[in-house]
Write a protein that binds this ligand. Structure first.
Ligand code: DGL
Length: 270
C-alpha cells in the first residue's frame, strides 16, 4: 500500500516529512532525481521526459499513486502527463492546488466560480521554469478574482540548497526578496512555490518581515493527501516497503538528506 513521492532532488523531503507525520501507517517511497537537478532551469520538454522516468520507477516500486512534490514538474509537466500519459489505474497528483485552495479559503473540490478573497497582493517565489509556466496564476484565476501576483524567479537557490551551501542560500533569499519587494512593497502573503524553499523558510520570513504570511506547501499537501486517500483507498498501491531512491550518488545524497531532516536517511541507487 505504498505511495510515491517524486522530486528533482532533496526539496520533496519537506513534503515527505509532513505526509509521514500525517499518515504514519502509509509506507512512502521517495524518488529524488538528484543526477538531473535542478529542473528549474530546464525546458518543459526536458522536465516532462525526466518526470515520467521517475514516476515509472515509483510505479515499479508498487506505488500506484505518485505525488509530484516538485512545483517545477507540477507546473511544466503534470497537465500533459494527466492528459496524455497516465493510465486509468494510476494517479499522479501535484502540489499546487492544495496551496491555492488554502490561499483562496476553499474546501477541497469546491468548483464554484472565482470570487473575491481576502488576500489581494501575493508574492510568489519559485524556480525560473515554474515562473515561466504561469501555472500558479492560471490555477489561481480559476478560483479568485482581483489578486495581484508578483513572481520572483529565484535563480541559483535550488543549486545552493542541493550543494548544502547555507551561506549562499541565505544571501540569495535576501536578494530575491529585496528584488520582489522593489516591485511589490507590501504583499500580504508570500508563497514558497518550490519544495526546496521551506528549508530556508525562516530567512524568507525574516527578509519579508512579520506582516507577511508565508505559505509553504508541506502541511497543506499532507492534509489534502489524507483526504484523497479517505476517498480513494484503492489508490494505495501494492508496495509494502518504504524507501529512498536517487539517480545521484547514494552516499552523498544520504548525507545531505540526513543534514536537512536531522535524522538518518539512507538512499539507494534508483
Ligand atoms: N523542488 C522542486 C520544485 O518544487 C524543484 C526545483 C528544481 O529542481 O529546480 O520546484
Amino acid at each position: 500500500m505504498a505511495v510515491g513521492i517524486f522530486d528533482s532532488g532533496l526539496g520533496g523531503l519537506t513534503v515527505l516529512d509532513a505526509v509521514s507525520r500525517r499518515l504514519p501507517d502509509v509506507p512512502f517511497v521517495y524518488f529524488g532525481d538528484n543526477a538531473n537537478a535542478p529542473y528549474g532551469v530546464r525546458d518543459a520538454e526536458d522536465i516532462f521526459a525526466l518526470t515520467i522516468q521517475g514516476v515509472e520507477r515509483l510505479w515499479s516500486a508498487g506505488c500506484d499513486l505518485v505525488i509530484l512534490a516538485c512545483n517545477t514538474a507540477s507546473a511544466a509537466a503534470l497537465r500533459r502527463m494527466q492528459e496524455t500519459w497516465v493510465p486509468k489505474e494510476k494517479r499522479v497528483l501535484g502540489v499546487f492546488v492544495p496551496l491555492i485552495e488554502a490561499l483562496t479559503e476553499r474546501q477541497w473540490g469546491d468548483n464554484s466560480p472565482p470570487r473575491e478573497v481576502a488576500v489581494k497582493h501575493v508574492a510568489l517565489f519559485a524556480t525560473p521554469a515554474t515562473v515561466a509556466s504561469r501555472a500558479f496564476q492560471r490555477e489561481l484565476a480559476f478560483r479568485a478574482v482581483g489578486v495581484d501576483v508578483e513572481a520572483q524567479p529565484c535563480g541559483g537557490l535550488v543549486d545552493a540548497i542541493e550543494a548544502g551551501d547555507e551561506i549562499l542560500a541565505e544571501a540569495l533569499v535576501r536578494s530575491h526578496v529585496e528584488a520582489l519587494l522593489r516591485r511589490m512593497p507590501h504583499p500580504e502573503a508570500a508563497i514558497l512555490g518550490c519544495t526546496h524553499y521551506p528549508l530556508m523558510e525562516s530567512t524568507f520570513q525574516q527578509s519579508l518581515g512579520p506582516g507577511v504570511t508565508v505559505y509553504s506547501q508541506a502541511e497543506l499537501v499532507a492534509e489534502s493527501l489524507a483526504h484523497y486517500l479517505d476517498r480513494h483507498p484503492d489508490m494505495l498501491g501494492g508496495g509494502t516497503a518504504p524507501g529512498f531512491l536517487t539517480t545521484g550518488d547514494a552516499q552523498r545524497v544520504s548525507d545531505k538528506a540526513t543534514q536537512f531532516l536531522r535524522r538518518r536517511i539512507a538512499f539507494q541507487s534508483a
